[in-house]
Design a protein around this ligand. Sequence first.
Ligand SMILES: CCCCCCCCCCC/C=C/C(=O)SCCNC(=O)CCNC(=O)[C@H](O)C(C)(C)COP(=O)(O)OP(=O)(O)OC[C@H]1O[C@@H](n2cnc3c(N)ncnc32)[C@H](O)[C@@H]1OP(=O)(O)O
Length: 311
Amino acid sequence: MAAVAPTLARRIARPGMLPLCSRPQAWGRAARQSPGLPRAPSLLLTQRRAFSNNKILVELDEGSGIATMKLKSPPVNSLSLDFLTEFCISLEKLENNRGCRGVIFTSAIPKIFSSGLDITEMCRKSTEHYAEFWRAVQEMWLRVYGSNMVTVAAINGSSPAGGCLLALSCDYRIMAENPKFSIGLNEAQLGIVAPFWFKDTFVNVVGHRVAERSLQLGCLHSAPEALRIGLVDELVPEEKLQDKAAAVIAQWLALPDHARQLTKSMMRKLVLDRLVAHREEDIQNFISFITKESIQKSLHMYMEMLKKKKG
Ligand SMILES: CCCCCCCCCCC/C=C/C(=O)SCCNC(=O)CCNC(=O)[C@H](O)C(C)(C)COP(=O)(O)OP(=O)(O)OC[C@H]1O[C@@H](n2cnc3c(N)ncnc32)[C@H](O)[C@@H]1OP(=O)(O)O
């Protein structure tokens, strides 16, 4: 962990402190600026503001109000505690900026959107570490799924498990039309189980039957198959992905914010409230599950398999 990171991590994870997501988000937050006429972002003569931390590059186009969060944590954008902490801090900055109305999540790493939760964070660590890590995973989901902003995933690479969850939590998913890229909640293949809020998010996107089959088999779907089952909304050539994402956001932002935000809140509130109400219990469930010797063995074997595949 980088020198500064434990402090950042504690900001999110310290018990007794208000978690960041306790601020009202899609439910009960004032509407953002009035949208005005829809404008194509590329036609605007506007100022771009950029900020970054170690793992995420953020660029905000102040004219269109659209930000891009580029995940940049080599080799595979795995969602480590440090990464999740930096992600939530960057997203909070955008949430607090009333000029920012939409966010595109994409990757700066070729061929990989995100490889999901960092498996090493779940192997042979202390109970305190597991609690801190899992709270950060919850925080990422609560923030993205509950965001007032329009969120679009521009999926420019493979996106298993936690990477898929990030995409599923957005309002719209556009994937590069490369059949080698895959996406899905493949937890079962690792011998682990997607928690109820991963499952609920998935069901809300693809429906119960498709989700059940896909989750039980731990499927990773190729980009064309992901489109067919509704896991992503459209496929575009990779070079057009960012422009398409900006165009989609501009279209969504053309509607009055309060109507869109209240509708989003109505659609997502039940699922969000369920985790908020059972957050500590969910952390305890994670710890009981992940500390089982059989689960640790499964994760170890999976990591070995990844290494063998390489060499
Ligand atoms: C009763 C119910 C209770 C429920 C309680 C909860 C239970 C727990 C729930 C946990 C939910 C978990 C969610 C997850 O996200 S688990 C992670 C799933 N991710 C994967 O399966 C992806 C694995 N990775 C890959 O398939 C490939 O790496 C990938 C396609 C992403 C890239 O392939 P590529 O060939 O380009 O790169 P390499 O495979 O060589 O990988 C490079 C190095 O990166 C390491 N790596 C890859 N993925 C991860 C990862 N997710 N975490 C940590 N490290 C990762 C890989 O080992 C290589 O490392 P080395 O260079 O050191 O060998």
